[in-house]
Design a protein around this ligand. Structure first.
Ligand SMILES: Nc1ncnc2c1ncn2[C@@H]1O[C@H](COP(=O)(O)OP(=O)(O)OP(=O)(O)O)[C@@H](O)[C@H]1O
Ligand SMILES: C=C(C)CCOP(=O)(O)O
Length: 415
């Protein structure tokens, strides 16, 4: 899409994006108190804003921020089934296909209800976005909320966006402004509406060739990916177990029946490698933080079935695992919260894998910490160091997901 204002000579400063753009997702688990309806985690929220202010001089024109929903949006989406849209009725119809009962009236009122759920979900996440953007503006950052609704729609929950549709984000970067996007309710061509997770927006931005994305940072409420759920909540939920040591394909079964996006995941051990952190990463001798997850495009034969009842194949995201560390036998992913409609850590790892597959290194780090500040300042340097030292990054704590097919040195650094 041509930009009329770009074709005229003007005196506006054009910010260079030669170094590459950093796309950061601030997870809802960090920004909000996820278990209490529409509440902010003020400590982390304030620290996140402060860290953006600290890096702004260096990152102006090279930073895109996406935030998650946390205790905003998920509750409404769950209540009204926005994530599954009309597909749940199609499923029901299929199951009852021998029934002669007409359901036209039900469908009309159900659609009205679903529409209302769509509106309420959007309003809720917009409220969080307004709080976040307001805080950034008060702190002196030219933050601009960019809704995904007109840019991205989904087809069977898979995002569809054109290169041009995201042109506006590039124009904001070039003008030295900070685009703020967020997970949202979007229109779906097959099932009326759907939910687009902030995690998936990061994948869209990274694989969309309109952007020169050099690194992606997922900030959440834990240090990174652990070999088992780091929180008590997850342990009570019958977590799925991935048998990485198994010679054959492995399967996991999600524990929570109310999570609308969880299902069965099959992992192929031939294309992901894990490197553990050192002993200091052990918390009370239990969960171990993974420092480096290596993704290989080769042999990544993986399938995810979305939804317990749908049993339908989805082309992405795809995850694959390989164990080269003899100490590691199981990776356990906690079932996502009952109120969470976007799949929790499972979705994050799947999207991180897809992004790494596209050649962009990913960092998963705890928001509002010295580790997130370091990742914001120079994520590529962290990835390089991990690649070069095999996992030794000194005091830094987090998980790097990168591709074995990717030469990190090739990522341009204009400075
Ligand atoms: N093996 C694991 N390693 C790390 N975290 C895990 C693991 N299994 C489950 N988790 C949970 O995943 C949660 C983070 O995922 P979640 O999707 O809630 O984060 P978010 O992206 O910050 O939130 P939102 O989706 O609302 O934006 C953590 O709180 C952690 O307890
Ligand atoms: C509207 C919703 C629920 C968006 C979900 O986005 P996420 O929290 O980034 O997964």
């Amino acid at each position: 899409m041509p930009d009329p204002s770009e074709s005229r000579a003007h005196t506006t400063v054009q910010y260079s994006v030669s170094r590459g753009v950093t796309v950061v997702k601030i997870g809802g688990a960090a920004l909000t108190n996820k278990s209490t309806f529409e509440t902010i985690n003020t400590v982390v929220f304030t620290e996140v804003v402060s860290q953006i202010v600290q890096v702004w001089g260096q990152q102006r024109g090279k930073l895109i921020v996406v935030h998650g929903a946390g205790s905003f949006g998920h509750f409404q989406a769950k209540k009204y089934g926005v994530q599954t849209g009309t597909s749940r009725w199609d499923e029901k119809k299929q199951r009852n296909e021998n029934s002669i009962q007409s359901n036209t009236d039900t469908t009309t009122s159900d659609l009205a209800e679903l529409s209302m759920g769509f509106c309420l979900t959007r309003q809720s996440v917009t409220r969080l976005c307004t709080l976040f953007v307001d805080a950034l503006i008060v702190a002196g950052i030219p933050a601009v909320s960019v809704p995904v609704l007109p840019m991205v729609f989904t087809c069977d929950r898979e995002p569809v966006s054109s290169r041009d549709s995201m042109q506006c984000v590039n124009m904001l970067l070039a003008r030295g402004m900070l685009p703020i996007m967020h997970g949202d309710a979007v229109l779906d061509t097959a099932q009326f509406c759907s939910i687009l997770s902030g995690d998936t927006i990061l994948r869209e931005l990274s694989v969309n060739k309109s952007y020169n994305v050099s690194s992606v940072v997922f900030m959440t409420n834990v240090l990174g990916i652990y070999d088992r759920p780091p929180h008590r909540l997850d342990k009570t939920n019958t977590p799925p177990v991935i048998q990485v040591s198994d010679m054959h394909s492995m399967s996991i079964h999600e524990g929570s029946s109310s999570d609308t996006t969880s299902g069965e995941t099959i992992f192929d051990r031939n294309s992901m490698t894990f490197t553990h952190g050192d002993q200091s990463d052990h918390i009370g001798g239990s969960p171990r933080l993974l420092r480096h997850v290596t993704v290989s495009k080769l042999g990544s034969k993986v399938t995810i079935w979305n939804g317990h009842h749908l049993q339908r194949k989805c082309s992405t995201p795809r995850i694959a695992l390989t164990d080269t560390d003899q100490n590691l036998t199981n990776i356990v992913l906690g079932a996502s919260r009952d109120t969470d409609v976007t799949g929790g850590m499972n979705t994050k790892i799947a999207e991180a894998r897809a992004i790494a597959d596209a050649g962009v290194p990913v960092i998963i780090v705890e928001a509002g910490t010295q580790h997130s500040l370091q990742a914001l300042r120079d994520g590529v340097a962290i990835v390089r160091r991990i690649e070069e030292t095999g996992g030794d990054v000194g005091e830094w704590r987090g998980t790097v997901v990168s591709s074995t097919d990717m030469n990190v040195d090739c990522i341009t650094d204009g400075n």
